[in-house]
Design a protein around this ligand. Sequence first.
Ligand code: SME
Length: 137
Amino acid sequence: SDTKKTVNERLLNICKLLETHINYYNWVGFYFRNGHKEELLLGPYVGEPTDHTIIPFGKGICGQVAVSNKNFVVPDVSAQDNYIACSITVKAEIVVPIFVNGKNIGQIDIDSNTPDPFTEADERFLEFVCAKVSELL
Ligand code: SME
């Protein structure tokens, strides 16, 4: 629908803004729950295309956040055993869930080519972004 398209355009613009203005945000994208299935689908993103357009709950950093409902900050992806590599250039990752009416419906996922770049300020900022995103869904 037209409404859906406008939402995806807005989400893509958010990705572009974040990737452009924060130098250590090198891949920025959204994953959303696929209906009532226990899997995530890739939504709008900027950065290198990824093969991981469907992620089962529990798998990788994203799949773990779908289950935990908590932020997941990974300072060093090479130290994670349950991690889905999208690009060899990625050193760190942050995933923050998006809640609509208290339900975890998706997440913002950010990869960095810089080791250990994310602070609590990134978490607070991305929680704010996700709260704004939940209002436009
Ligand atoms: N690294 C993620 C997969 C998604 S890519 O970062 C785009 C994970 O482990 O869930």
